[in-house]
Write a protein that binds this ligand. Structure first.
Ligand SMILES: Cc1cc2nc3c(=O)[nH]c(=O)nc-3n(C[C@H](O)[C@H](O)[C@H](O)COP(=O)(O)OP(=O)(O)OC[C@H]3O[C@@H](n4cnc5c(N)ncnc54)[C@H](O)[C@@H]3O)c2cc1C
Ligand SMILES: NC(=O)c1ccc[n+]([C@@H]2O[C@H](COP(=O)([O-])OP(=O)(O)OC[C@H]3O[C@@H](n4cnc5c(N)ncnc54)[C@H](O)[C@@H]3O)[C@@H](O)[C@H]2O)c1
Length: 495
């Protein structure tokens, strides 16, 4: 059995494993899986639920909550089907389906999977206690368990929401993302502070479920994406009956004696709601996990190299022993990207442990290169926004000369068939010198599935002239690629 060589050393319970993973979110699970698949003995430490934020409070519940409304709206946009939709969204059934998808917040499935993979689950709060040493305090206290890693420790502790320093906000018992995704009832009035992806998605959910939603956006919606994406999402929220206030900032928040939340904005206006959701980004979960022992700052994201090794903790000689993977690095706060990093980290730990070759070159097996070039970012609002790579503005800021190709989906037959009055838009950002796609954004119903094509084009560095030979089926949404290429211009024959 892995890690079975437990024994006492003085008063301490000490266990030995090849690799210790701190945090059993999607990322920790994948690091453990890859290392175990290479034959290493692996322990994973978890103080809450195996499966982490994504499975119980983030991706899975938010996407299931969004799905019921988007299916209903999709049917209503198609004559023939629309006539058959005679009722309204069933709120109780929507919430119940979400509860089912999160297994009523039981992690039995995750525990079973770890056991089947031969990964040892150690329940409790883990912290670094020196080189290759983790101390775990079991749930409810009790005797600490010391785990010595023969080779590596991977910190995969994730991130927490940021609560900004707005007077009265913390005391007003605001909702954080977990409260929104696990809600068992719908507040009559919900205010949302923020204009990022959580605000867009949860605003869409609660407006669909019948709440009076007010989204308070400090600048513009989805500011890190192409401008037309944020504008479409604002229009979509408004079409669902939500109020979106752009360019406003809360000055003070108060929960009154009768339980209402009053938000005073910087323009002097007052918003009154039953709950206020704070959706203001994430901070690293590095408090209370002993990062000080390797000279890192608690609360800060952990900087890593391309193999996810913590360079500042690397020994002068020999293989690195400390890795950080997923949200805790701040590189790209998405489950898919964290799991991508996890595959590289788990494999490189195994390679270094077993003396096998390490390939950390650009796009090498053990390098998380795509974190810098091709991170898919999908906002499941209505319309959906699916983007990857650089926006035109970000490319220009980084000094790359680019051209863009823009088209409306009204030029795509498949879109018109999918839904009457289909609205949407797409943009390619093309590196002018290398003639390859370096960014793409799609906005519209069902565009989430289009972004993988762009991701492949970017990672494969496919010349634009070659993309003309990747023929999209007719009549699909993918035909937007042909329209984008036409907008860019048909290449001339090379003599
Ligand atoms: C509302 C919302 C919706 C989202 N939707 C999507 C989406 O649709 N798609 C997407 O790709 N991303 C989405 N994300 C982001 C996604 O949830 C994260 O990127 C992902 O969960 C990161 O995985 P992780 O394993 O790094 O961290 P986490 O999932 O946070 O897992 C970390 C684990 O470590 C455990 N842990 C922490 N500290 C300790 C300790 N000291 N000892 C023991 N255990 C510890 C935690 O309990 C947790 O289980 C969403 C985020 C939010 C907030
Ligand atoms: N579909 C998905 O993949 C998905 C869904 C949800 C969350 N996520 C992940 O979770 C992360 C967190 O999402 P998020 O929406 O909380 O963060 P975000 O970074 O996307 O947006 C934060 C928003 O809060 C605003 N803000 C920050 N400080 C503020 C203040 N003091 N007052 C008013 N507004 C303020 C910002 O201007 C911005 O609009 C995302 O970056 C993403 O990586 C992904």
């Amino acid at each position: 059995m892995p890690g079975d060589d437990r024994r006492r050393e003085g008063a301490e319970m000490v266990r030995w494993f090849d690799v210790v993973v701190l945090g059993a979110g999607p990322v920790g699970e994948n690091v453990a899986d890859r290392a175990r698949a290479a034959g290493l003995e692996v322990a994973i430490v978890e103080h809450e639920l195996v499966g982490g934020e994504c499975s119980y409070w983030a991706c899975v519940p938010s996407k299931t909550l969004l799905r019921s409304g988007s299916a209903l709206r999709a049917a209503r946009r198609v004559p023939g089907a629309a006539e058959a939709v005679t009722g309204e969204l069933d709120v109780a059934a929507t919430l119940a389906r979400r509860n089912w998808f999160v297994s009523d917040w039981s992690d039995q499935g995750g525990q079973d999977w770890l056991a089947s993979a031969g990964i040892e689950l150690v329940r409790g709060h883990g912290r670094l206690d020196g080189e290759r040493r983790v101390v775990v305090t079991p749930p409810g206290g009790g005797e600490d368990v010391v785990i010595e890693a023969r080779h590596a420790v991977a910190v995969c502790t994730g991130s927490d929401p940021v609560v900004p320093d707005i007077p009265g906000l913390a005391e007003a018992r605001p909702w954080l993302s977990r409260d929104a995704t696990s809600a068992q009832s719908v507040p009559r009035r919900l205010a949302v502070i923020g204009g990022g992806v959580v605000a867009a998605e949860m605003g869409t959910v609660f407006a669909t479920l019948g709440a009076e939603v007010t989204v308070l956006v400090r600048s513009t919606m989805l500011r890190s994406m192409e401008e037309f994406a944020g504008e479409a999402v604002v229009a979509g929220l408004r079409a669902l009956g939500a109020t979106v206030r752009l360019g406003v900032a809360p000055r003070r928040v108060e929960r009154t004696d009768d339980g209402e939340v009053r938000i005073e904005l910087d323009d002097g206006s007052i918003i009154v709601a039953d709950e206020v959701l704070v959706a203001n980004g994430r901070r690293a979960r590095t408090d209370g996990i002993g990062v000080e022992v390797v000279g890192l700052e608690p609360g800060e994201f952990i900087e890593v190299d391309e193999t996810l090794a913590v360079a500042s903790a690397a020994p002068a000689e020999g293989a690195p022993w400390l890795y950080a993977v997923g949200d805790v690095t701040g590189r790209a706060l998405f489950t898919h990207q964290g799991k991508y990093q996890a595959r590289a980290a788990g494999d490189v730990i195994a390679a270094r442990t077993l003396g096998r070759p390490v390939d950390d070159a650009r796009y090498g097996v053990h390098a998380a290169t795509a974190d810098h070039t091709a991170v898919p970012n999908i906002v499941f609002a209505d319309p959906e926004v699916a983007a990857v790579g650089l926006t035109a503005a970000a490319a220009e800021e980084s000094g790359v000369a680019v051209r863009t190709a823009d088209v409306p989906f009204s030029s795509v037959s498949g879109a018109g068939i999918l839904a009457d009055g289909y609205e949407g838009r797409a943009r390619l950002v093309i590196d002018d010198e290398r003639d390859v796609v370096i960014g793409a954004t799609f906005v519209g119903q069902g565009v989430a599935e289009l972004v993988q094509q762009a991701t492949i084009a970017i990672v494969g560095e496919v010349p634009v002239a070659r993309l003309w030979h990747a023929v999209p089926g007719f009549p699909t949404l993918s035909e937007v690629w042909l329209r984008l290429l036409e907008a860019d211009g048909r290449p001339e024959a090379v003599a």
